[in-house]
Design a protein around this ligand. Structure first.
Ligand SMILES: [Zn+2]
Length: 64
């Protein structure tokens, strides 16, 4: 158990926990914040969806 100070609210808490129990700021800088992690993920999802849509359109066009 190692006590650390929160980098946002300066609350002292156990460094083994994922985030500050007071303000929920992530302990580790390497753990991505969910909004930052979601951004490129959603773009990637739409890109894959678009590629699949193009393949489906191409296949249905060739099938005619
Ligand atoms: Zn905090």
């Amino acid at each position: 158990m190692n006590l650390i100070n929160c980098r946002k609210c300066d609350h002292e808490y156990d460094g083994d926990t994922i985030c500050c129990p007071n303000c929920e700021t992530p302990t580790n800088h390497n753990i991505p914040n969910y909004p930052r992690f979601k951004g490129p993920g959603i773009i990637m999802f739409f890109w894959i969806f678009f590629v699949i849509l193009m393949i489906v359109m191409m296949v249905s066009y060739l099938a005619m």
